[in-house]
Design a protein around this ligand. Structure first.
Ligand code: ADP
Ligand code: MG
Length: 720
């Protein structure tokens, strides 16, 4: 059997120069139509989905120089901007070569040395020399191939570009060849080509980057900055390929060592730890493309044996963060399209739409998404650094991403843990960035050769500061926007002050006075809202409730807002909005800019129960308002809405107008804070909240429910 024969060839991975040995056993997994590849046996399932569209069995090793005609069709531009862009190109080459292990070594943030070693297919001597020619590639032949690129590289420009600005040493051996080849190049000139005994695979060492271009050398940032970009990049490729072994070393420091694991969640756990994994919800969705139509040549250009293309499907898998995880910028959103780390406005917009009315519009979630679609559906030949793509059916991709995220969040209905909120910074520990400073955003900017990101893009995956600003609720006193945050200084410090060393903690069985609390399932979702028994209110603003899963605190205003928001949207779709006639018309004055906005949203306002007529210059008279909104609030509601739309930079669409109006009405009609509620009212509110589709956040994205789980309680009492 081929697999077992090849098994015997597998030796512990060894770099002679580095004298390191890491032994890992692999098995060959023969895929239909694939050349046998080294893959850990345990990753079969995740591989099927993660790998399918790319890294087809290209005849690696048959490099040729592209014709001028084809070369001219390739997005032109420089790719070697900084050390991280070199690492990216080399890693992509190793992935295309089918490697199952990639090790990156850098010195001085990559300025002194970048060494990428793989166990991929390697190159024969002639190819190794040809690889440094401009437009020499084994991944593309003619311009038709450009329409369905399944490899990460295709431009044939990376190695020559890198070689022209550094000193390169390439060591490579095709597994079928008895000996390998060593090539040394400086500033683009080949110095030596030698035969040598080498392990199968390739290693490319880049020394003294930009040694011959002092102007560019000056533009390199501090070593730590460059290293953080490299770390960010390697980490994200490691996340995309859990079935592979990844290592990143900076001089003697191991920055990342990630042996193969069976799934993406295991890789997240391996790289970021349990806390990060706990804050993410797995997502998987797919939709056939059959109904959408595929590009086909016109009938008169079809060969007699022409077969229509198989439509394939759109697949999405990955992780989205729970609503309580909120970031100041998009640096924790990672999008892979067919295994390629990209930034894309369409997918980004789809993600944010998925979170609309679940998190505040000014914050970002943590997202790791892998989108897989047929190669012909996505054009990767858009930008020289290959970090941008163009989808053939942009709106299909956008809506698919949005709907998949939304339904995942709705299905999970995650309840934020009280313990994490009480620390005041809901996601301070949480960042899908390596432990070093730096972010994909900045790395992207660097790789794409664009300017540094704007300064408001925080680069360390920082979290949102505690929302303790007083909210302008009607009432005699002001309540903090997130009361749990207000309590922050007290709770953790109280626990901290007790600081029992683990061995001092009294085991619960030893106390004998309380039976151990076992058999408690630590379910974290909000379907249990219906089972809650309200105990009372804290400051007439927060409902305290219990069930066997723990202690719950419900923000009565935010909860009622969510109930009303969904009710209004539902009634609006059935055109059944209730309206109330005001005793006296309310006159609202509009600024000139607001007049245009008012005209744009007037129709939707009417359909939501407002009746407003122009009343003199720049004023409107409101005769009716949606039921439930106090007359005293009507003018403020309208002003707030107009201000919100005024601040909006993107074009308004009906959906946006509709949800904004519904959110505003809900906010003004909802039970206020500082309002006593009797038992029946509290029960009613929890019951209604349980019926909503998204009970975890109010329409503005603030949390509605916090849960202090039995586990947390036990932990705090040192019972576990
Ligand atoms: P591209 O990746 O766009 O084809 P490159 O300049 O990056 O262009 O590489 C040129 C060629 O060298 C590749 O097409 C590939 O055949 C070969 N090559 C580069 N790196 C490796 C590697 N690590 N293993 C095997 N072959 C490689
Ligand atoms: Mg390449």
């Amino acid at each position: 059997m081929q697999g077992s024969k090849r098994d015997t060839e597998i030796k512990p991975y060894r770099r002679r120069r580095l004298k390191r040995k890491i032994a890992v056993s692999y098995f060959y997994l023969p895929f239909a139509g694939w050349s046998p590849r080294r893959i850990p046996l345990s990753s079969r399932d995740s591989l099927k989905s993660a790998r399918q569209p790319r890294r087809c069995p290209i005849a690696m090793g048959r490099i040729h120089v592209l014709s001028e005609h084809v070369a001219n069709k390739i997005a032109a531009g420089e790719v070697v901007e900084r050390p991280a862009s070199v690492v990216k190109e080399l890693i992509e080459n190793s992935l295309d070569a089918g490697a199952s292990r990639i090790r990156v070594d850098v010195e001085a943030g990559g300025r002194k040395l970048i060494l990428v070693t793989d166990n991929g297919c390697g190159m024969v001597r002639d190819d190794a020399m040809l690889a440094f020619e401009r437009h020499a590639t084994s991944k593309l032949k003619n311009d038709d191939d450009l329409l369905s690129i399944s490899t990460l590289g295709f431009r044939g420009e990376a190695l020559p570009s890198i070689a022209s600005v550094s000193r390169v040493r390439l060591e490579t051996r095709d597994a079928a060849e008895p000996a390998g080849t060593v090539i040394e190049i400086a500033g683009g000139r080949i110095l030596t080509v030698e035969e040598a005994g080498l392990p199968a695979g390739t290693s490319v060492a880049i020394r003294d980057l930009f040694f011959n271009t002092p102007a560019r050398r000056k533009f390199m940032k501090a070593e730590s900055t460059e290293l953080s970009h490299i770390a960010s990049l390697v980490t994200h490729y490691a996340l995309a390929h859990p079935e592979m072994h990844w290592e990143l070393h900076s001089a003697t420091n191991a920055v990342l060592v990630a042996p193969p694991v069976a799934s993406h969640s295991e890789r997240i756990y391996q790289v970021f730890g349990k806390e990060t994994l706990d804050e993410l919800i797995p997502l998987a969705a797919q939709v056939p493309l059959a109904r959408l139509g595929l590009p086909e040549p016109p009938p008169w250009r079809r060969e007699p044996d022409y077969e229509p293309p198989t439509p394939g499907e759109l697949r999405l898998h990955g992780f989205v963060s729970k609503p309580e995880v909120q970031k100041l910028n998009r640096s924790s959103v990672f999008i892979f399209v067919n295994g390629r780390l990209i930034r894309d406005r369409v997918v980004m917009h789809g993600i944010l739409e998925g979170y609309r009315n679940i998190i505040p519009p000014t914050v970002y979630p943590v997202v790791l998404l892998f989108l897989e679609l047929p190669c012909a559906e996505v054009d990767v030949n858009v930008h020289p650094s290959k970090t941008e793509v163009r989808f053939r059916q942009q709106s299909v991709v956008h809506d698919f991403v949005r709907d998949s995220i939304r339904s995942t969040l709705m299905a999970a209905r995650p309840a934020p843990a009280f313990a994490s909120e009480i620390h005041g910074a809901p996601s301070a520990r949480m960042a899908l960035t390596p432990p070093l400073p730096g972010s994909a955003e900045e790395a992207f900017a660097a790789l794409a050769g664009s300017a540094a990101p704007p300064s408001d893009l925080n680069l360390t995956g920082q979290s949102v500061p505690p929302r303790n600003a007083a909210l302008p609720f009607a009432g005699s006193f002001h309540v903090e926007g997130n009361a749990a945050v207000g309590a922050a200084p007290v709770a953790p410090q109280t626990f901290g002050a007790m600081e029992l060393a683990p061995q001092d903690a009294v085991p619960e069985t030893a106390t004998g006075c309380v039976p151990p609390l076992d058999g408690i399932d630590d379910v974290m979702d909000l379907t249990q809202l219906a089972t809650l028994k309200p105990l009372g209110q804290i400051r007439d603003s927060f409902i305290l409730a219990i069930n066997p899963q723990g202690l719950w605190i419900i923000d009565q205003h935010a909860g009622h807002e969510r109930v009303l928001f969904e009710k209004i949207l539902e009634e609006r779709s059935r055109q059944k909005i209730e309206s109330q006639r005001l005793l006296m018309p309310i006159i609202v004055e509009l600024k000139p800019a607001q007049q245009a906005i008012f005209a744009e949203i007037a129709g939707e306002l009417r359909r939501n129960g407002f009746e407003a007529e122009p009343f003199g210059v720049r004023t409107v008279a409101i005769q009716s308002a949606p039921a439930g909104v106090d007359a005293a609030e009507v003018a403020r509601l309208l002003q707030e809405l107009l201000e919100q739309f005024e601040r909006e930079e993107q074009a308004l669409n009906l959906e946006k107008i509709r949800t904004r109006i519904a959110a505003s009405i809900a906010c003004h009609a909802a039970i206020k804070v500082n309002m006593p509620l009797d038992q029946a009212k509290m029960e009613w509110l929890l019951g209604e909240l349980a019926k909503t589709r998204c009970p975890m956040s109010c329409p503005h994205g603030r949390p509605v429910v916090l849960r202090y789980s039995v586990k947390d309680i036990q932990k705090a009492f040192k019972r576990i």
